[in-house]
Design a binder for this molecule. Structure first.
Ligand code: SF4
Length: 247
């Protein structure tokens, strides 16, 4: 039974921001702030190349690149880098693009085959990551959310997938265990709760994390006193405009 309407859907990528830092998630998805750093630029480029990769054919495997996803149950939407389908079962599955406008689907014709894939026995999402495996579970949660979307869209089990990291250049298998599914569902609910609240949580400065955060100059974790970054900046600008000009 669907829980959310189309208009309520939130991006799967927001789950990653949520796991990394709730304030970062709120800055991006409530205050609509964004800043690139070296890591985000390289990551975007990797995803673009993955989505735009050439069509290929491999025995027993059909590869869809840049596959649109959604779950009305979890209120999530996104795009899978790659989903591998066992060829013998694709005819039995509903078209994952049924819910999209026809012209949208036409622009996203499935590409075929991937050089580093093994023959799957069920739909198998693969998410490409620029760097190395993270210490937190954000990548696994993102991939599991994709699997839950696929299960809802295709009405079939998606028991496993893989994360492909640039360092080292290899796949890490991910099993969608009951615990990982439960955590992903909990985070999806928390994401909706946070966005509905419209409130940006206070900053909790953590040197290692904040130094790696592309939003550190907008968040100002050591200066804003835990307030909304946008309101803080507005206040600073107003104060600067009201200061008497020196002769
Ligand atoms: S700078 Fe730190 S507190 Fe601020 S959003 Fe980034 S990780 Fe979160």
């Amino acid at each position: 039974m669907p829980t959310y309407d189309e208009d309520d859907l939130l991006p799967i990528s927001a789950l990653q921001h949520l796991v990394f830092c709730e304030r970062q998630c709120a800055l991006i998805h409530i205050e609509h702030l964004w800043a690139e750093n070296r890591f985000t630029v390289l990551g975007s480029e990797m995803h673009r190349r993955t989505h735009d990769g050439p069509d290929e054919q491999r025995a027993g495997v059909r590869i869809c690149r840049g596959l649109p996803l959604r779950s009305l149950r979890l209120g999530l939407t996104g795009i899978a880098d790659v989903v591998e389908f066992p060829v013998q079962t694709t005819a039995d599955l509903p078209d994952p693009l049924d819910w999209l406008e026809e012209e949208w689907a036409a622009d996203n014709e499935p590409a075929l085959a991937d050089a580093d894939s093994a023959t799957p026995t069920a739909p198998f999402p693969v998410e490409y990551k620029r760097g190395k495996p993270k210490l937190d579970q954000s990548d696994e949660v993102q991939l599991c959310a994709q699997a839950l979307c696929l299960e809802e869209m295709l009405n079939t089990a998606v028991p496993a997938g893989a994360l492909y990291y640039g360092k080292p250049r290899r796949r890490h298998p991910v099993e969608f265990t009951p615990d990982l599914r439960q955590e992903t569902e909990r985070l999806a609910a928390r994401l909706h709760e946070l966005i509905r609240s419209g409130r940006t949580p206070p900053a909790e400065y953590a040197a290692g994390k904040c130094r790696a955060c592309s939003l550190v100059d907008l968040c100002l974790p050591q200066s804003t006193g835990g307030r909304s970054a946008k309101r803080y900046l507005d206040r600073m600008i107003r104060a600067a405009c009201q200061e008497p000009q020196s002769a």
